[in-house]
Design a protein around this ligand. Structure first.
Ligand SMILES: C[S@@+](CC[C@H](N)C(=O)[O-])C[C@H]1O[C@@H](n2cnc3c(N)ncnc32)[C@H](O)[C@@H]1O
Length: 224
């Protein structure tokens, strides 16, 4: 089993202190929603950040969307060998059923996440996404209890992931930062058995996630 954990993901509702900013109020009104119940999105709400350095980092729900789509459509997921978890900057843990069909359109994903933050589980009745508050990364790892935890980082030890998956004991958890800039704010490296780099280049989050999923499939852990 592989557990892919998108850690410190920049996925959140508009925080209280930004909810009255005109760009956010306008966007919420256009969508018929309350400002504090829409996702923070830097592509729409950039002016609300002023000259704060948060502009480089916060409000990136698109990262979670791309990674979720890759995970749910992966061979490991089709074989029932993948758990996908999204841990956010605010220590919310989103658990994703492997049966969830990834929303085809980004707008649909945004609506689904907003509903999830509001209701705690969606769809109602037979939830495929659930959210739990106050789940530090440490608690997330305690909950899934992997045998091996690997943190992916550009400044880690160079590694080939196919070899890694062949060698390590399962269940293996891979921590990937769900943010565009900066480093983990959670102690992801300290909580891991190994910190590994897959390239000398700084890669996009979805490139790292796809590399993990393909490598797991190429290892002897999945059907070929
Ligand atoms: C866009 S990067 C964040 C940039 C950040 N400056 C950093 O140093 O990690 C987001 C995540 O992608 C992963 N990542 C990016 N490049 C990587 C590489 N060459 N090897 C392993 N993981 C990488 C890491 O998990 C990182 O937290």
């Amino acid at each position: 089993m592989l557990v892919l954990i998108l850690a410190d993901t920049e996925l959140e509702l508009v925080p209280e202190e930004l909810a009255n900013h005109p760009s956010i109020v306008k966007n919420a009104r256009k969508r018929g929603k309350t400002p504090s119940k829409i996702l923070l999105d830097i592509s729409l709400h950039r002016s609300a950040f002023g000259d704060s350095s948060d502009v480089e980092r916060r409000g990136r729900p698109d990262i979670a969307y791309f990674v979720l789509t890759l995970c749910l459509d992966s061979i490991a997921n089709a074989e029932g060998k993948l758990t996908t978890l999204i841990h956010t900057r605010n220590d919310d843990l989103i658990e994703v059923s492997p049966k969830l069909r990834p929303p085809k359109r980004y707008n649909r994903f945004v609506g689904l996440m907003e509903d999830l933050f509001d209701k705690g589980a969606v769809p109602e009745g037979k939830p495929l996404l659930t959210i739990t508050r106050n789940m530090t990364l440490e608690k997330v790892l305690e909950k899934c209890n992997p045998k091996t935890t690997v943190c992916l980082s550009p400044d880690g030890e160079p590694a080939d992931l196919v070899t890694l998956f062949n060698d390590v004991e399962e269940t293996v958890a891979c921590l990937v930062g769900g943010f565009p800039e900066g480093d983990f704010t959670s102690p992801a490296k300290e909580l891991s058995d190994r910190v590994l780099s897959i390239s000398p280049h700084l890669l996009k989050v979805w490139t790292v996630a796809s590399n993990i999923l393909v490598s797991y499939n190429l290892s002897d852990k999945t059907y070929k």
